[in-house]
Design a protein around this ligand. Structure first.
Ligand SMILES: [Zn+2]
Length: 130
């Protein structure tokens, strides 16, 4: 039998809207905004690690924000929807839409990955599920 990744994640309609249809959750609604524990953030669509808590910071934007993604974990593309030019952040593995990248982040990168909390699953370092 070929090994197959078990489909354990049940995605809500809202999560599907974000990941597949470039949706955006309402600002300030994600419990991950206040998440300050050490750990890893995984793509809700495929379970690949995409951000580390080490790169998370409080941007005050209302969305979980990171100044850096894990290496090769995300891909960027141009997004010109709604007549705006933005840089879109996708999961490199499943191509799911995670959020947008803005050039107004803190040091050392100066970048702000503005990510939908619903597109992420957080697993704290001290979790037995690690
Ligand atoms: Zn993914």
């Amino acid at each position: 039998m070929p090994s197959q990744k078990e489909e354990t994640t049940e995605l809500s309609d809202e999560q599907l809207r974000i990941l597949r249809d470039h949706g955006t959750e309402r600002a300030g609604t994600s419990p991950l905004n206040d998440e300050k524990r050490e750990g890893c953030y995984f793509c809700a669509g495929c379970g690949e690690a995409v951000f580390s808590s080490e790169a998370k910071y409080d941007s005050g934007s209302g969305w979980p924000s990171f100044f850096q993604a894990l290496e090769k974990a995300v891909d960027l593309s141009e997004d010109t929807r709604f007549g705006m030019y933005r840089v879109e952040v996708h999961c490199a593995c499943c191509r799911g839409h995670l959020g947008h990248l803005f050039p107004d982040g803190p040091r050392p990168t100066g970048q702000r990955y503005c990510i939908n909390g619903l597109a992420l699953n957080f697993v704290p370092s001290d979790s037995p599920e690690k």
